[in-house]
Design a protein around this ligand. Sequence first.
Ligand code: SF4
Length: 342
Amino acid sequence: MNPVLQVLDIKKHFPVKGGLFGTTVGQVYAVDGVSFHIDRGETLSLVGESGCGKSTVGKAVLRLFPLTAGQVVLDGTRIDDMSAGALRPLRRKIQVVFQDPFSSLNPRMKVRDILAEPITNFGLARDAADVDRRVAELMDKVRLPRDAVNRWPHEFSGGQRQRICIARALAAEPDLIVCDEAVSALDVSVKAQIVNLLQDLQSELGLAMLFISHDLAIVEHMTHRVAVMYLGRIVEVAKKRDLFATPRHPYTEALLSAVPVMEPGAARDRMILKGDVPSPIRPPPGCHFHTRCPYAFDRCRKEEPKLVATGDGHLAACHLHDLPEAENPLLNKAAPMASRAA
Ligand code: SF4
């Protein structure tokens, strides 16, 4: 069976304009050769610091701009090169939930109309009664009272609005939902409720989900696999359990070291990275991470590491994995994450 989504070596470079005549003086390498797939019923989380390119990948999947290179394949059909007209019937299959539930909903539409819009636009209902039935079922799915359909968006809390955004995404009966920092703007307790809701809906409906987040603590609770991005590239991909237990890239190790461990007695050493993320206009040569990596050696400054298998479906882009196992510092630790893997 085809994956629901295949992203094949995509690149998105934005021109930098400058000078008196606004000529192109450089490129922002926002996404620079990213590949992954998502199966039916699977969540892949795309994580990394702000500016690493993860939201640009989400927008590329949603076809919000043309790619510089690469392909996006949805249910076996390449969509990145389709005309707007050819793409229209496929738009239904990919829906999105954005970060800000306040600006995502039209303040002049009642909830009923917000949810009915995709149903009618995509011709999913037989008649008006069928639209009403579907809208009522969507409210049940996101655990909001049915009679709330007659209210306006401003009458809801942030968490309730995000439930409406999720219901609107589900209204189109998609195969894939892109959640772009979908819980980042919510209070901690509401975050947990929305994460639980997304998990329940996914297993109930068999959806594929691309969950874009900077928050590994949230990701840990809701994903099947994780892809870690740094400066426009994926540096590690693994099943959640493997990535949290045995990170195979120094950047992942640093990100995880900042995630609190809940189990009593479990702890990990905090790894503080030096410096800031370099500019995507002039990424460092070789391994993009070498300017901040505590393990960097000569080769890292000259040669770009490829994303290669380091175990059961576990991929990492780091020259350390070419060293003998006994000399690889990533493989010779007191397994500080082991308590998380259970
Ligand atoms: Fe660090 Fe070198 Fe590995 Fe890059 S390739 S993450 S600089 S050790």
